[in-house]
Design a protein around this ligand. Structure first.
Ligand code: ZN
Length: 470
């Protein structure tokens, strides 16, 4: 249930300070995607150090979704779901190696059709125009991302993403299009490995606080612990602190983006969305990165949406949702003449003060022994069980169906929920969630497979450089 702070918004609305209704005129839309960002590492989600003051400020004037899930622990599938409102098995970008079908409609295309100027800046070649993710974006910036002779650059750091976004803003203001509403997407790759934030952002992080956090997480320390001459827990705290420094650095640069847009008059009448594409294992269940499993550290992401009139400001929504529903929500918030449809999160919050139950499905696909995935991505199969893994989040629990056909049921309200399988003592709930998952599967056949993908050797090589390859 959305919390009592919403009451405050209601009081303000009744007194005329905010308008709980769709906008009269189209609003600008700014979407920030944070790669590899765990929800629990933002201060506004309870991280014990102040890492994210600029994101926290947006949360105070908007709605924070406590339990937002990426559909998969991978960049392209998750971004594709975010921007199309479709599950990965429907839009077809089931893997970072795959391509988003040109047949789908993206948020940028929705807004372009309504007269918006559309712009985007990407921080990684995993999200370059070749993937299809930029469809509908007229002013697309990936300069320097492509391979040049003797150069293997596959990502851009946050300062360059911000500089390029602000450079677009200047060009936009000088253009005849300046009066039109805009859609701008900026993608930040920095929290992805390797962790290499500037030293000043790492220096301010109190390792003792991080170490306590690591202890609470009951992290397993297998790989880190194998390094000789190191105290495993101290080494793990260092690793977590390196990750936190990247999030702190990204937030700092986000502040520069917000200030730069404000100075240019472009933050007025602007809906701001901040969302993660997936989290990071940080060895909580033995895996360091993401994509391998469906535990919360890998798939639970931040989602914050703020409107220019501060509607529902300070609301924290507890119900689970998929970032699949962001597209419909943004369309509804951007343009009052075009309601967002049944998936619109805001419509639920306005009407009921809470989200109605909605499907939250998590997927790690696998096709066959000789498919593209297993041929090129040992990351999935190294010492692990190959095969599809599926999960559903409902009724405060998560049911994970493993490749071996077995399952785990986790009570998400427990202290360390995903370290205790409670399925044996909750058979009725387990059966019910199995039934819900099966009904969803029946309604959502896989529409695309590996054979439908036309992948160049260059693309496979680029992904390999980013650690997704053989
Ligand atoms: Zn990613």
């Amino acid at each position: 249930m959305a919390r009592l702070l919403m009451f405050l918004s209601l009081v303000l609305a009744l007194s005329g300070h905010t308008a709980c209704s769709p906008p009269d005129a189209p609003r600008n839309v700014l979407v920030i995607t944070l790669d590899t960002t765990r929800a629990d590492h933002l201060s506004c989600y309870g991280y014990p150090l102040e890492l994210t003051p600029h994101i926290d400020a947006v949360a105070r004037r908007g709605v924070l979704f406590e339990r937002a899930y990426a559909p998969m622990g991978q960049t392209l599938p998750s971004h594709s779901t975010l921007f199309t409102g479709l599950w990965p098995r429907v839009h077809g970008a089931l893997e970072n190696h795959f391509l988003l079908s040109p047949d789908v409609t993206t948020l940028a295309e929705d807004l372009a059709a309504r007269g918006y100027v559309t712009a985007g800046v990407t921080g990684t070649r995993v999200l370059d125009a070749d993937t299809g993710i930029a469809q509908g974006i007229e002013h697309w910036d990936e300069e320097g991302m492509r391979r040049e002779e003797g150069r293997k650059l596959a990502e851009r750091k946050a300062p360059e993403v911000v500089d390029r976004a602000l450079a677009w803003a200047d060009r936009h203001l000088a253009s005849p299009e300046a009066e039109r509403p805009y859609f701008l997407w900026a993608h930040f790759f920095d929290p992805h490995t390797p962790f290499e934030a500037p030293p000043e952002f790492r220096a301010g992080i109190d390792e003792a606080v991080v170490a306590e956090r690591v202890q609470q997480s009951r992290s397993r320390i297998r790989r880190v612990g194998e390094e000789p001459g190191h105290d495993p827990m101290a080494r793990l705290a260092e690793y977590w602190a390196d990750y936190a420094a990247e999030i702190r650095f990204t937030d700092h640069e986000l502040g520069r983006l917000f200030d730069g847009l404000t100075e240019r008059g472009l933050m007025q009448d602007t809906v701001v969305v901040i969302v993660g594409d997936h989290g990071e294992g940080l060895l909580e269940h033995g895996t360091r990165t993401h994509g391998m499993n469906l535990f919360d550290e890998v798939v639970r992401v931040p989602l914050i949406i703020a409107t220019p009139n501060g509607e529902l400001a300070g609301t924290r929504v507890d119900e689970a949702l998929s970032i699949k529903d962001v597209r419909a929500t943004v369309v509804g918030l951007a343009d009052g003449s075009a309601p967002g449809g049944p998936d619109d999160l805001w419509k639920d919050l306005r009407a009921r003060g809470a989200l109605r139950p909605r499907p939250v499905i998590l997927e790690r696909p696998h096709y066959s022994d000789n498919n593209l995935l297993t041929r090129t991505n040992s990351f999935y199969t190294e010492g692990r069980e190959a095969g599809p893994m599926l999960a559903i989040v409902a009724e405060g629990h998560k049911l994970v169906v493993r490749p071996d056909g077995g399952h785990w049921l986790f009570d998400l309200s427990a202290t360390s929920p995903e370290f205790e399988d409670i399925s044996a003592r909750s058979p009725a709930l387990t059966d019910r969630l199995h039934g819900m998952l099966q009904a969803w599967l029946d309604a959502h056949p896989v529409l695309h497979d590996a054979d439908s993908q036309d992948l160049s050797p260059e693309r496979l090589e680029m992904l390999e450089q980013l650690g997704y390859g053989r």
